[in-house]
Design a protein around this ligand. Structure first.
Ligand SMILES: [Zn+2]
Ligand SMILES: [Zn+2]
Ligand SMILES: [Zn+2]
Length: 362
């Protein structure tokens, strides 16, 4: 009889932000659980009624940038019709007993990633993706430069209804906000503390570990192997300048992070030549995710060192990265009530599956 796989049940501590820890409970995958079905893909190149398609430019709010130009745009940046934060008025916040509020000042813009309506990230060319990242970077820089009230600029993408994507035409978003988000602040603070203690960047250490570390843990009594970590076990893709890693404490079943191999705190300062390698690693990672889960609905976002004097001494300790979070299950009361994430697939197995996809066969 085949041996029944041993269920993994453990709480894994996120080394950077311990409060984002994860319950890995693989036995749950054997039981029915509300999971997100892959969304049917809209692969049409052009849709007459889509406000983001070529020819319908007058249906979007004013254009902020067209790349390479207005007539032949491949990427467009426009204002968001329903902004989460806006700069159309400016009021002070208030502080009344326990009621505190900061005025919702900021900017919310949409980046139409491609003039092709239904193209997925892994189907875009490396040249196009490089151009897209260049567009992200330029707009982020402009937002920081033109408005001192902006404390953080977040670039993210929602793809598929389960990830909050409401318009099927491929697009990303930029939100410039008057505060630094708590999760970014925690990453920055905690990595600074680690740096002060160990004189090294925790993200660089994680990369080193992923590339060089191996270990075996034996049971003290029986001498049996309890856990084995192999070299490269968490590495999904490695390029000349970037690496895609499956986090040990992955909050989402198919979560993958992409980081520059050599230390760098801010996406703003990446050498343009290196962006092509970033494009390649993201494209390959998305192709692997597509091959394994099919019709992936996901969010991705960039985490960079916030600008401003408060963070000036964190350049050596913070390391920018992209987090890709595919949405395959719906959070339950346990997640909301406890703050733990529940992941029902062993991250080591997920990494193995993603790595074993042969990109040549796709
Ligand atoms: Zn469209
Ligand atoms: Zn680093
Ligand atoms: Zn992060």
């Amino acid at each position: 009889m085949p041996k029944k796989p041993v269920a993994l049940r453990e709480i894994r501590i996120n080394p950077i932000v311990p409060s984002e820890s994860v319950v890995i409970a693989t036995a749950r995958s054997l039981r029915p659980r509300k999971t997100e079905d892959p969304a049917p893909r809209d692969t049409r190149k052009h849709v007459d009624t889509c406000p983001f398609c070529t020819g319908n430019e007058d249906q979007t709010p004013p254009s902020i940038a067209s790349i390479p130009d207005k007539e032949n745009w491949k990427i467009r940046i426009v204002e968001n019709l329903y902004p989460v934060l806006d700069d159309d008025m400016d009021q002070p916040g208030f502080n009344m007993g326990l009621q505190q509020a900061i005025f919702g000042y900021g900017r919310h813009e949409v980046i139409i990633d491609n003039n092709n309506h239904g193209i997925a990230i892994h189907e875009m060319t490396e040249e196009h993706l490089t151009m897209l990242f260049e567009a992200y970077r330029e707009r982020m820089q402009q937002l920081y430069d033109t408005d001192a009230r902006i404390k953080y600029v977040l670039v993210f993408k929602n793809f598929g209804p389960a990830a909050g994507g409401s318009i099927p035409h491929t697009h990303s978003q930029i939100i410039a906000m008057p505060v630094v988000p708590e999760n970014v602040h925690n990453e920055v603070q905690n990595s600074k503390q680690y740096y002060d203690k160990h004189h090294s960047c925790i993200f660089c250490s994680l990369i080193d570990e992923a590339l060089t570390f191996e270990a075996t843990i034996y049971d003290r009594e029986s001498g049996e192997v309890r856990r084995k970590i192999n070299v490269g076990q968490y590495v999904i893709e490695k390029g000349e300048h970037f690496i895609a890693i499956k986090p040990f404490a992955s909050r989402f079943e198919w979560e993958v992070h992409i980081l520059p191999l050599r230390h760098e705190s801010d996406f703003m300062t990446v050498d343009p030549e290196k962006l092509a390698d970033f494009a390649r690693i993201l494209k390959n990672t998305m192709a692997r995710l597509e091959a394994v889960i099919g019709g992936a609905q996901y969010n991705y976002f960039l985490h960079c060192l916030p600008h401003g004097d408060t963070y000036n001494d964190c350049h050596a300790s913070y390391h920018w990265h992209m987090e890709i979070c595919p949405r395959t299950s719906i959070p339950s009361g346990f997640e909301l009530g406890s703050g733990f994430y529940v992941n029902i697939i062993n991250p080591e197995d997920a990494a193995e599956k993603l790595r074993s996809v042969n990109l040549e066969d796709l």
